[in-house]
Design a protein around this ligand. Sequence first.
Ligand SMILES: O=C(O)c1cc(C(=O)O)c2c(n1)C(=O)C(=O)c1cc(C(=O)O)[nH]c1-2
Length: 243
Amino acid sequence: MSTPLSPDALEARLREIGAERYHRNHPLHQAMYAGELTKGQLQAWALNRYYYQAQIPIKDATLLARLPTTELRREWRRRIEDHDGTEPGTGGIARWLKLTEGLGLDTPYVESLRGLLPATRFAVDAYVAYVRDRSILAAIASSLTELFSPTIIGERMEGMLRNYSFISEDTMAYFAPRLTQAPRDSTFALNYVKEHARTVEQQQEVIDALEFKCSVLWTLLDALDYAYVEGHTPPGAFIPTTP
Ligand SMILES: O=C(O)c1cc(C(=O)O)c2c(n1)C(=O)C(=O)c1cc(C(=O)O)[nH]c1-2
């Protein structure tokens, strides 16, 4: 880029990146909603994704501490409440544990993180570090994958309920609220970057942040694929007891 894009052209570029790189295109996601995974493979996915869910409010709290205005902090604080809830048993993390429990996993084991794949830990920690260490613009832009999450969540809910007899609406309770939370959050983030990324350098930072985040999500599925579809489970990682 030698001249800055208009805000709408920047949005179009970001949407192109999502269409090409979002984890919706990953073969493991496609196998999951097509009903091709075993219960054990779904357990491994839910157990590893728990770490992503658990670190999201930590990532948001590191950003919150750096935000300069009341309006921005108020906006970001709501995200933390969405995940942590406002009292015990509420919020996204608690709902994620309903999913792992519904799949037959022991909650203390999931929470202990003992069964995580090494790549899950590295990729999620890289996301938290990115948001902590980069500019506020890059940190906000890295949440923009959420522009694309309602589509993948819709596919996953529909496909998993249809194709796996052991999955119920109740088990999938995590996802329904995300269908309204994600568009609200990503609209805010998109408007912020369209307003604040004006120079070529700033726009490149935003593009790089979205590509980085797509790579984080892609890596999580690559690691699951290698360990639980290809069968190269690293030492210490979760081993499914159901087929
Ligand atoms: O199910 C998904 O595929 C998916 C994707 C993403 C995403 O695109 O980052 C998030 C979520 N779910 C999600 O549930 C969630 O809370 C969330 C927070 C964030 C973020 O970057 O702050 N992304 C996502």
